[in-house]
Design a protein around this ligand. Structure first.
Ligand SMILES: Cc1cc2nc3c(=O)[nH]c(=O)nc-3n(C[C@H](O)[C@H](O)[C@H](O)COP(=O)(O)O)c2cc1C
Ligand SMILES: *[C@@H]1O[C@H](CO)[C@@H](O)[C@H](O)[C@H]1NC(C)=O
Ligand SMILES: *[C@@H]1O[C@H](CO)[C@@H](O)[C@H](O)[C@H]1NC(C)=O
Length: 300
């Protein structure tokens, strides 16, 4: 555990340029990969290239761990945020995202699904890659709120466990700077492989996301070492046969996405928002019948 902590600290203290090339923590099953992936641009699972800037907050982050949530609450209501009680979750999260944009890791969210055989929850960190926009008349745009798409965009590997789990999930997003939590639950949709091409909009969204991945991230999807399978001598390093950067060797263009690259979308219908500083909580729900969102303040 100490070793892991130290490795994580090391990872958190490296510069963002190293970060944009690779991230070591994914190789936890194969410890030997960690130092390797910190210093080279070999393909590990690189989910974290999405816009992260330098953050001087390492010490602050560390002390945050020990801060009790009560300390973050502000009993005094004299600077009560005028936005609260007036805005939908979707408008609130727009503000939260803008405020935390510069904080490294602020786009990491936790996604929970249910293993339907074990009837147990499963939870993991994934990178939030923006709200997926759809044309106004597309059926996946039906949940829009304040004229903004509510569809959360992520990506994953078809060979990962989550894909076999519940077709619904919940995402938790904690904004450390503004002390806000959003819990968004809804249907999950995986687009790719066999499940691609029926809907041109979804197919287009998948290709765009693929084109926007960093080279190491793209390359990792060509790695034949199955994620989650026991590591063997031959799988202890990244698959050497994976095309560098997921690009065509001669033209240098990104190759077409392999079948295991999945666009993962969450369509929330229920969002629970908690603001610790203001001791304010609100629940937003989507009514299918009225095709609209409404919210209500609830006791925090
Ligand atoms: C910071 C961070 C970001 C991650 N981003 C993703 C991601 O965007 N997509 C993904 O599938 N896994 C991501 N992972 C790995 C997952 O947490 C998880 O280990 C992997 O998806 C396998 O999960 P599963 O077996 O439950 O499907 C990330 C892990 C960390 C620590
Ligand atoms: C989004 O569109 C896909 C493909 O047409 C469909 O399978 C899915 O149910 C839709 N999701 C929602 C929440 O409308
Ligand atoms: C990256 O995403 C944007 C929209 O988010 C899209 O317009 C652009 O085409 C994408 N890039 C590639 C190479 O597909």
């Amino acid at each position: 555990m100490m070793l892991l902590r130290r490795l994580l600290m090391l990872y958190f203290s490296i510069t963002s340029s190293a970060l944009t090339r690779n991230i070591g923590v994914f190789g936890l099953t194969a410890f030997s990969r960690i130092p390797l992936s910190l210093s080279t641009s070999s393909a590990g699972q690189n989910f974290c290239e999405a816009k992260m800037s330098n953050s001087p907050t390492t010490a602050a982050e560390a002390s945050d761990e020990t801060t009790h949530t009560r300390d973050l609450q502000q009993q005094d209501t004299k600077d009560k945020d005028p936005e609260l009680g007036q805005k939908s979750w979707r408008s609130l999260i727009e503000i939260s995202m803008a405020r935390s944009r510069k904080i490294r890791g602020s786009n990491y969210v936790q996604l929970a699904t249910v293993d339907l055989e074990a009837m147990e929850p499963r939870c993991r960190t994934v990178v939030f890659r923006g709200f997926q926009k759809f044309p106004a008349d597309h059926k996946n745009n039906s949940g829009a709120c304040d004229d903004l798409s509510t569809v959360l965009k992520m990506c994953t590997d078809a060979r990962s466990r989550k894909v076999q789990e519940s077709p619904a999930g919940e995402i938790v997003w904690w904004f450390a700077k503004s002390s806000e939590q959003y819990r968004m639950r809804g249907k999950l949709l995986y687009v790719g492989g066999q499940n691609d091409g029926d809907d041109p909009e979804l197919s287009k969204a998948r290709k765009e996301l693929w084109g926007n991945l960093s080279d190491p991230a793209r390359e990792s999807f060509f790695d034949q070492n199955v994620p989650g399978a026991p590591t063997t001598k031959t799988t202890a390093t990244n698959d050497e046969s994976a095309p560098a950067g997921g690009r065509d060797a001669s033209a240098g263009k990104p190759l077409p996405p392999p079948d295991n690259f999945l666009l993962m979308l969450l369509f929330p219908h229920h969002v629970d928002y908690l603001n610790l500083k203001e001791n304010y909580r609100q629940v937003d729900t989507f009514s299918k019948d009225e095709s609209s969102w409404s919210f209500q303040q609830v006791n925090a």
